[in-house]
Design a protein around this ligand. Structure first.
Ligand SMILES: [Zn+2]
Length: 313
């Protein structure tokens, strides 16, 4: 079967072939009890009845996804870069870095693509030692040529021989977890890679409430983006994911609005985001409007984390 998917970024709109299917259980709580909330591109979008995680089931096989993300960037040129450059999202995360690690440190951006977020950090703050990791070899070689003084690594974060445990102060996963077959394992691996007291920052979509509305207003320009996006996170679910992976001092924020090729959609998103941010401020961060569209989650590794290896040696 040939599936045509459209991503929000024009530069990577393309037809892809993902023919394999694998049945999955909930990635967060391992339950297999779920309700179907929507269908898109022939895929079921399900919501776990036990924990609320929203996921695509069945999914393309992990091997197919891996191959796909190894060739994610079809063309790399100045136009692609403009489209991938998400200034507001980048700035939001940079402000979090300033707040949590004012003196900088070692930062790893997982799923760094062309390295644009790292470039933005380098442009605005000079006290970070920066590294980026991506599956796409072409993106990594491009990034290596473009950005001096940033280390780029080709590979998978789950490959334990690639990155040493306890070697980074910050790990960022921006618009990354929702694409992966096993986001919980990735969060757990990120926890191992962090130093004690280190911080993970994730940005994920929160689009499911819009899918419920779309049932009644079918022309709404809202998409889950299955099968590129395999997961969707509510604030409560994202908090549980971070908590279960070991993080503490968890905070969930509304993600800054991204730019979309369609001016009308961008305007609509900006208006709704402004309302939800206002409500969030008034409620002192307690309430996140279900139409917020995207979330940023922050978690910290325990200061007194002990490594089992260190205890036995
Ligand atoms: Zn679940």
């Amino acid at each position: 079967m040939k599936i045509k998917t459209y991503l929000d970024n024009e530069a990577i709109n393309k037809e892809i072939e993902l023919t394999g299917r694998v049945d999955v259980v909930c990635n967060l709580c391992r339950s297999n009890e779920a309700e179907i909330v929507a269908r898109e591109n022939g895929f079921n979008i399900c919501r776990c009845l036990r924990c609320g995680l929203v996921y695509v089931n069945p999914q393309p096989t992990p091997q197919e996804l891996d191959n796909y993300y190894r060739r994610y960037y079809p063309e790399i040129n100045e136009k692609t870069i403009v489209q991938w450059y998400q200034k507001k999202s980048f700035n939001q995360v940079i402000n979090i870095l300033k707040e949590y690690h004012p003196n900088g440190g070692d930062l790893l951006d997982v799923g760094c693509g062309l390295g644009l977020f790292l470039e933005e950090i380098r442009r605005t703050q000079d006290h970070w030692s920066l590294a980026g990791l991506d599956l796409d070899k072409r993106a990594i070689s491009y990034a290596t040529r473009r950005h001096k003084n940033i280390q780029f690594i080709h590979g998978n974060i789950l490959d334990i021989s690639l990155i040493q445990d306890g070697s980074y102060d910050v790990i960022t996963l921006l618009a990354c977890l929702e694409h992966l077959h096993d986001p919980m394992r990735v969060l757990e691996r990120a926890y191992q890679i962090l130093r004690p007291g280190g911080t993970v920052i994730v940005r994920v979509p929160y689009i499911t409430p819009w899918l419920y509305i779309k049932k009644y207003i079918p022309f709404l320009p809202v998409r889950f983006q299955a099968p590129m996006h395999l997961f969707d996170f509510s604030p409560r679910v994202l908090e549980k994911c971070l908590n279960k992976s070991g993080y503490e001092n968890i905070r969930i924020l509304i993600a800054a609005p991204d730019m979309y090729p369609n001016v009308l959609i961008t305007a609509m998103i900006k208006i709704i985001k402004s309302v939800s941010i206002l409500i969030n401020i008034i409620s002192r961060g307690k309430y996140i409007l279900p139409l917020s569209g995207g979330l940023v989650g922050i978690g910290q590794k325990k200061e007194d984390h002990e490594y089992p290896e260190a205890q036995t040696e």
